[in-house]
Design a protein around this ligand. Structure first.
Ligand SMILES: *[C@@H]1O[C@H](CO)[C@@H](O)[C@H](O)[C@H]1NC(C)=O
Ligand SMILES: *[C@@H]1O[C@H](CO)[C@@H](O)[C@H](O)[C@H]1NC(C)=O
Length: 208
């Protein structure tokens, strides 16, 4: 009798933990470091696990002639809590993604079309760089600065997946030049002339 009772208690515990198979994000809740709060599991439907539209190329007419279309937990709440996400990267001829990092997330980069020169810099300042062709996969280890250039004669397409459900794209140029960081501090930290710093602030929308 006692044994049956214990068995019953255990099966109850296990069946309630099964309800944590997923945590579809409730976009009405604030997004914290652990993501969104879970949508009520009773209200979760199959479409919460499906995202459509990644066949559509992004508009590459911007400063870098490239555009990333993110599918992070904000665009696709089904990723919430699972530690994975995805982006489509379109690069026009000559386009590039400037030096950037994804804090806490490694990136798996798959070239679908074109020729992309990509690389990263380790924390001992060693450069790992390679020209990738269609079907090549490169991994950018978490937190390291990396970049991609379309060096081919046609537009390039790649998909990137990340080891976080929502990934910051922390672009070095923007961190330095797209804000009101004082010119004298930038002069000391970058070793650039004040005129060059003001010019770069103009390019990236910063103020001084
Ligand atoms: C792409 O963006 C540019 C600049 O914002 C805009 O002028 C152009 O119409 C857009 N092209 C398409 C196809 O949406
Ligand atoms: C243009 O490129 C910049 C730098 O890569 C990126 O931050 C921005 O989102 C892009 N613009 C658009 C409209 O996608």
């Amino acid at each position: 009798m006692m044994f049956l009772q214990i068995l019953f208690t255990f099966s109850f515990l296990f069946s309630s933990s099964n309800a944590l198979d997923f945590c579809v994000g409730d976009l009405n809740t604030p997004q914290g470091p652990a993501g969104y709060s879970c949508k009520n599991p009773e209200a979760v439907i199959v479409d919460d696990f499906i995202f459509s539209g990644l066949h559509v190329a992004g508009n590459t007419s911007n400063l870098t002639n490239s555009v990333a279309t993110p599918v992070f937990s904000t665009q696709f709440p089904g990723f919430n809590g699972l530690g994975i996400s995805l982006a489509r990267l379109d690069m026009a001829i000559g386009g590039w993604v400037p030096m950037h990092t994804h804090p806490g997330a490694s990136e798996l980069f798959v070239v679908m079309q074109g020729t992309i020169r990509a690389g990263f810099i380790s924390s001992t300042n060693k450069v790992y760089i390679k020209t990738l062709e269609e079907g090549d996969v490169m991994v950018f280890p978490q937190d390291l600065m990396h970049f991609q250039f379309n060096v081919g004669k046609s537009p390039a397409l790649a998909f990137a997946s990340f080891s976080k459900a929502s990934t910051d794209i922390y672009i070095m140029d923007n961190a330095w030049f797209a804000n009101d960081l004082p010119v004298d501090i930038l002069q000391k930290t970058t070793f650039l002339d004040p005129d060059q710093i003001k010019k770069l602030k103009g390019v990236f929308g910063g103020t001084y």
